[in-house]
Design a protein around this ligand. Structure first.
Ligand code: AKG
Ligand code: FE2
Length: 494
């Protein structure tokens, strides 16, 4: 039967993959995703054959299984499982929760149908709780693949035959997958520590921030933590949980989306992301970075943090020049980026370029476990085109809004004598404006590098020229010029 063949093939393939490299989460999770896809596809065929062949689904058991699995839907693997079935069934996003349950139920029904005709129930009856629990640390993907392998009788696992019917043993499997989903993240999290980060933030690194506006810290965290983060980002991308980075352009009341090429992101505030990426969630909830920075820079009054994760597909994706935040409208004050690129080489590109104007630009390689911290409202920066997959986490640290100091108005200085340039230049928005004017050509080129050609991109560039023109005119009216700012100018960044 075609449906069963495709399940058998998928399972054999998955088992081979998992066997080949048992410790590789990547292999295991892609194996599980393969199984999920094939199971879903097979179900559709099996369902089509059901009326003629009978006994495809035992409704009681499949409902129990579906219920158990749908509880585990938060987990990335079960999401992958759900998504595949979901896609196959052509379901719409609006009724997601319900449809997930339906999709799971359908997908598992096909496993059940398969096991009843292929194993005669004996192997399946042996699939008790021991199966899943023995390999918890290898991740849900591996366990899931094993459970499925057990059903097909291809792997001999510990745990002797248990009594009971085939149907109830499948329900046990479902329960085990469920409990596996619930406990596996904790296994990984136990070994996760942010202690190293505390010793990475020193008075010297804080001083560099004050003096230069940025600091580069290598081996910032435990290498293991970085490996877990990277895998979580990868699996979120695989399960299509990341969103293409895009900028909203509002022009004449019309909203246009300008998408960057190949850059996928998610904020860790998103609950689905938190569930699917428990280590990154733990990093978001950990206050080590914020506490250490506050210890040395109490005047920053840092209060909270938000983590964003980013996957760059490596097809030339990059970021145009920008400031992350703006003192007058946004509470973010410090940016910390943790790079997760194991084997970065110069040919990969994707460097972070900082423009601590009036000092010269600095190009920073996005090396594994390297953290770059800079001023979120004052450090102009961009990312150069990346020609290899690129992973990073960004932590934005914010002040509490009511504590924001009033932003001094330029109007106060209107008509002020030339001697007050120093005061003007001490104002972040003046420095931002001057930097924008100073780098206008590079800035426009960076917009072109980061976005495929489109009307929206042209609109963004036109807006940029308009803004810089206005800024130039008004800075001149204030008696300010980019040439006023030299590398001898006194700049206190933080
Ligand atoms: O990917 C990077 O290195 C920086 C990205 C960035 O500038 C941003 O997300 O605002
Ligand atoms: Fe940025």
């Amino acid at each position: 039967m075609q449906a069963q063949d495709s399940i058998t093939r998928a399972i054999s393939h998955s088992v081979a993959q998992v066997k080949q490299n048992e410790s590789a989460d990547v292999a295991a999770s892609s194996a599980a995703a393969e199984v999920a896809k094939a199971v879903a596809a097979a179900y559709l065929q099996a369902a089509g054959n059901a009326s003629t062949q009978g006994s495809v689904v035992n409704p009681i058991d499949s409902t129990a299984i579906a219920a158990a699995i749908s509880q585990a839907a938060a987990n990335s693997i079960s999401e992958a499982f759900g998504k595949a079935a979901y896609d196959q069934l052509g379901l719409t996003v609006s009724t997601r929760a319900e449809d997930f349950q339906r999709a799971f139920s359908l997908a598992f029904a096909s496993v059940q149908a398969f096991s009843s005709t292929n194993t005669g129930g004996t192997e399946a009856a042996g699939s008790n709780g021991a199966i899943v629990s023995d390999k918890l640390t290898k991740g849900i993907g591996a366990s899931l693949a094993k459970v499925l392998a057990q059903i097909s009788g291809e792997l001999e696992l510990d745990g002797g035959p248990a009594g009971g019917t085939r149907g109830s043993s499948l329900a046990v499997i479902a329960r085990n997958i469920h409990s596996n989903c619930a406990t596996a993240p904790q296994v990984a999290l136990e070994s996760l520590s942010f202690e190293k980060l505390a010793s990475s933030i020193t008075p010297t690194s804080a001083q560099a921030l004050v003096d230069k506006g940025y600091v580069v810290i290598d081996s910032a965290l435990d290498n293991d933590a970085c490996a877990i983060f990277r895998e979580e980002i990868r699996s979120l991308h695989r399960s299509q949980n990341l969103t293409l980075n895009s900028t909203h352009l509002v022009r004449a009341g019309e909203r246009t989306l300008l998408q960057k090429q190949g850059i996928y992101e998610a904020e860790v505030a998103d609950q689905a992301i938190q569930r699917a990426a428990p280590a990154i969630r733990a990093f978001q909830e950990d206050r080590t970075l914020l506490t250490m920075l506050s210890l040395f820079l109490p005047e920053m009054r840092l209060h909270s943090q938000l983590t964003k994760l980013q996957y760059n597909a490596g097809d030339g994706g990059c970021f145009p020049m920008h400031f992350d935040s703006d003192d007058s409208v946004d509470a973010r004050r410090v940016t910390a980026i943790l790079y997760l690129n194991f084997d970065w080489r110069p040919s990969h590109g994707g460097e972070l370029q900082l423009f601590p104007w009036p000092y010269p630009p600095v190009t920073i390689q996005p090396l594994y476990n390297r953290m770059v911290i800079f001023h979120a409202t004052r450090m102009l920066h961009r990312v150069l085109p990346s020609f290899a997959e690129r992973f990073c986490l960004t932590v934005w640290m914010s002040v509490l809004k009511p504590d924001l100091p009033p932003v001094p108005s330029l109007l106060i200085n209107k008509g002020a004598p030339k001697g007050s340039h120093k005061d003007l230049l001490a104002q972040p928005q003046v420095m931002r404006a001057l930097a924008k004017v100073h780098y206008k050509d590079t800035w426009v080129q960076s917009i072109k590098d980061s976005h495929p050609e489109s009307q929206a991109r042209d609109a963004m560039i036109a807006q940029f020229w308009k803004d810089t023109h206005v800024l130039e005119k008004n800075l001149t009216a204030l008696g300010l010029d980019t040439r006023d700012v030299t590398q001898n100018s006194f700049i206190k960044w933080f």
